[in-house]
Design a protein around this ligand. Structure first.
Ligand code: 13P
Length: 257
């Protein structure tokens, strides 16, 4: 029988290479983004930048030979047509995106994005061969009530309805551990044992249906905790918000793998 370790290596889309993704959210300027890309250092991990839509073309031009992938932060649930303000999966493909975030908690909370829309977005991305980074996670109240697994299962099943055996990244982002939702508090990440338990749970839910999944962690990953989190075999990468805004701290996270 395969050990858990071998099973991870076999099923990981990357053969074990971790993926570290910067989520710039609605921050920085195009020029700052270009300077950042130029200052990014190589490490062992695969690197991706989830940048605002308007940055993508300029970033692509400035990536040069560096092995940096681009990601959208969102995508339209529609494929093409009269949908003012929307950006389609095809447009992201043209802009050079390999990945796209879907169902980030900020979109679920501030823009009332629902599971059905998230499922449509995942399907659109897959159609254009963009790997979705599906964000799931419980909020503080759900955690307190012991509903964490139930919430994650419901979010995953809904996001993946009608989809099987495609390459995927699942980002476990407990809402309560995301730095911007912890304003004024002593910002903290989820604990190591919680991260291991939930990553194992996600893998157990998906491994019979998907061969190529990477399960990554997001929620206050920073240079102080990145080595402890990223050294876990259950954690196949990180989605970094606040600490990705300064290239020095993002470089430190990359170097910790
Ligand atoms: P922080 O790293 O700022 O907690 O943000 C996490 C996140 O939302 C990444 O998508």
């Amino acid at each position: 029988m395969k050990s858990r370790n071998m099973s991870h290596a076999a099923r990981s889309a990357s053969g074990g290479t971790k993926v570290i993704i910067a989520n710039w959210k609605m921050n920085l300027s195009i020029n700052e983004g270009i300077k950042y890309i130029k200052a990014l250092k190589k490490g062992k991990a695969e690197i991706a930048i989830a940048a605002p839509f308007t940055f993508l073309a300029d970033l692509k031009k400035n990536i040069g030979n560096k092995k940096i992938k681009l990601a959208g932060q969102d995508v339209s649930r529609y494929e093409v047509g009269a949908y003012t303000g929307e950006v389609s999966a095809n447009m992201l493909k043209e802009a050079g995106c390999a990945y796209c975030l879907v169902g980030h908690s900020e979109r679920r909370i501030y823009f009332q994005e629902n599971d059905r829309e998230i499922n449509q977005k995942v399907k659109n991305l897959l159609q254009y061969k963009i790997t979705p980074i599906i964000c799931v996670g419980e909020n503080a109240e759900q955690r307190k009530k012991g509903l964490t697994k139930q919430i994650i299962k419901a979010q995953l099943l809904a996001a993946l309805q009608g989809i099987k055996n495609v390459p995927l990244i699942i980002a476990y982002e407990p809402v309560w551990a995301i730095s911007t939702f912890q304003k004024g508090k002593n910002v903290k990440s989820a604990g190591i044992f919680d991260i291991i338990a939930i990553h194992n749970y996600i893998r157990s839910l998906l491994e019979t249906k998907f061969m190529n999944i990477r399960i990554i962690y997001g929620g206050t990953v920073n240079p102080e905790n990145s080595q402890a989190i990223l050294s876990l075999k259950e954690v196949e990468g990180a989605l970094v918000g606040g600490a990705s805004l300064k290239v020095s701290s993002f470089n430190a996270i990359i170097q910790s793998t």
